[in-house]
Design a protein around this ligand. Structure first.
Ligand code: BGC
Length: 458
């Protein structure tokens, strides 16, 4: 019996994404500081601790796992506080370790993508004023220079900032990340400084390696207002313009436009991206909830079909990937990488469904001629999850991690994503095997096809 397949273009990148604070362990940065603070807002006051022990060398076995998954890429981040533990000190051994990791990826046939900033800062930087101090822009550019000079021969794919607006909001508007401020103008300032830092970092990387690809990973929610639009539509527009549009539009035009603030022109910013990175996870359908800062001031009314999601996560809505890809494409008009996408699901009841719908949604975009070039699944293995710490409700891995023994066990969804990666496509056979309830939706008629019986000759 023939199988249907949603085939992806040749050379499509399949991989997972991780970041230093999630997996390395033994951290001494703004986040470990936050974990130790009374106001630190982490689930059960948990500490990052050993995390997944990558810094102790366990990355080797985990890179083997990525290879087993048939991946040709992996996105990881380098930790600023390790590389520059003090303002005037560079730790060459940390850079050396990252070199080994990048070589480890290449040896296993995976193209690395390196993120320079994924939510953490050295404490000395925070003490200088963090992302509110002008000097941080220069600090970040110098840090970039250091990293690119040390690793640039092994990596040509850079993400300067992971989710800059999420960081700005969490750190300066809703007090969920260090330094725990609640001031919209501080949030604006943080976003502006990150844009300035990005522009400088872009120039540095390109001056050394003109062919390198540089961009940011932009987090987008899907937001669908419910009636009455007059009440819900307008506030949602505000959320859209501040959280979604402002940062990426500034990368296009060089001008940062935010409500209640004069337009800021940022020199050398316009056009500083070779690709658009999209992190997409969830939808909020409903209305404005002025008393719910932790859900981006959005109330959640999920669709009947949507699976249950942990508190404050929003609605698990992988079908929305297509629309969000189109959104970022319309603003940025450069090749797109899904730099993160995934779902929390310890029991692995929802993840196979999520993967099938997400992959199908990306395929749809490609078939509308949007140049999507790769998918980085969040994430390889269960790890430390910011304010959720090690809360079992927030397990994102294709592999389950036992944090006592450091044992990893592949989930069904890991096997499923592996088959997709190896086949460079999503087939009806895979869907039948891992998410039979979706077969008729994704491959309509395939049941019928199986039932066709040709009359026997004679
Ligand atoms: C972040 C990751 C995080 C993931 C799941 C993204 O917003 O970049 O660091 O773990 O979401 O919450």
């Amino acid at each position: 019996m023939a199988d249907g397949i949603y085939r992806f273009p040749e050379g499509f990148l399949w991989g997972t994404a991780t970041a230093a604070h999630h997996v390395e362990g033994h951290m001494n940065n703004s986040w470990s500081h936050w974990e130790a603070m009374e106001t630190g807002a982490v689930f059960k006051k948990q500490k990052n601790g050993r995390a997944c022990e990558w810094w102790d060398g366990r990355w080797v076995e985990d890179f083997d796992r990525m290879q087993y998954l048939g991946h040709n890429t992996h996105r990881l981040s380098v930790e600023w506080s390790r590389i520059q533990p003090e303002p005037d000190k560079i730790d060459e051994s940390a850079l050396q370790k990252y070199r080994e990791m990048l070589e480890g990826l290449q040896k296993r046939g995976m193209r690395p993508m390196v993120t320079l900033h994924h939510f953490t800062n050295p404490m000395w930087l925070e003490n200088e004023g963090g992302w509110l101090a002008n000097s941080t822009v220069d600090r970040f550019i110098k840090f970039t220079e250091m990293v690119v000079d040390a690793l640039g021969d092994l990596n040509d794919f850079w993400c300067t900032f992971n989710e800059p607006m999420v960081y700005a909001v969490q750190a300066y508007l809703v007090a969920m990340f260090y330094p725990g401020k609640r001031n919209p103008f501080k949030m604006y300032r943080c976003a502006e400084l990150m844009l300035r830092a990005h522009a400088g970092a872009y120039q540095i990387i390109k001056s050394r390696y003109p062919n390198a690809l540089v961009g940011v990973a932009k987090h987008l929610l899907k937001i669908d207002p419910l009636p009455p639009k007059i009440v819900n539509g307008l506030p949602i527009k505000l959320v859209e313009s501040v959280f979604h549009r402002a940062f990426i539009e500034a990368m296009v035009t060089g001008e940062l436009r935010l409500p209640l603030r004069k337009t800021v022109v940022i020199p050398n910013l316009a056009g500083t991206y070779d690709y658009a990175g999209l992190n997409f996870y969830q939808r909020y359908r409903g209305g404005f909830a002025p008393l719910s800062p932790k859900t981006f001031f959005l109330k959640q009314v999920p669709d009947d079909e949507s699976p249950p999601s942990p508190p404050m996560w929003g609605e698990i809505y992988p079908q929305g990937t297509f629309e969000r890809i189109n959104y970022i494409w319309n603003v940025m008009r450069k090749p797109i990488y899904i730099t993160e996408t995934g779902t929390p699901d310890e029991g692995d009841n929802v993840r196979p469904w999520y993967i099938a719908r997400m992959v199908h949604s990306v395929w749809q975009a490609i078939n509308f001629n949007v140049p999507v070039r790769g998918i980085y699944y969040w994430t390889l293995l269960d790890n430390f999850e910011w304010t959720a710490g090690y809360n079992p409700q927030f397990r994102f891995g294709l592999y389950a991690t036992n944090f006592e023994t450091q044992e990893r066990t592949i989930r069904q969804s890991g096997e499923f994503f592996r088959e997709i990666s190896l086949a460079n496509g999503l087939s009806s056979e895979m869907v039948r095997k891992y998410v039979p309830q979706l077969e008729e939706k994704l491959f309509p008629g395939s049941h019928g096809q199986r039932e066709v019986k040709l009359p026997s000759r004679g």
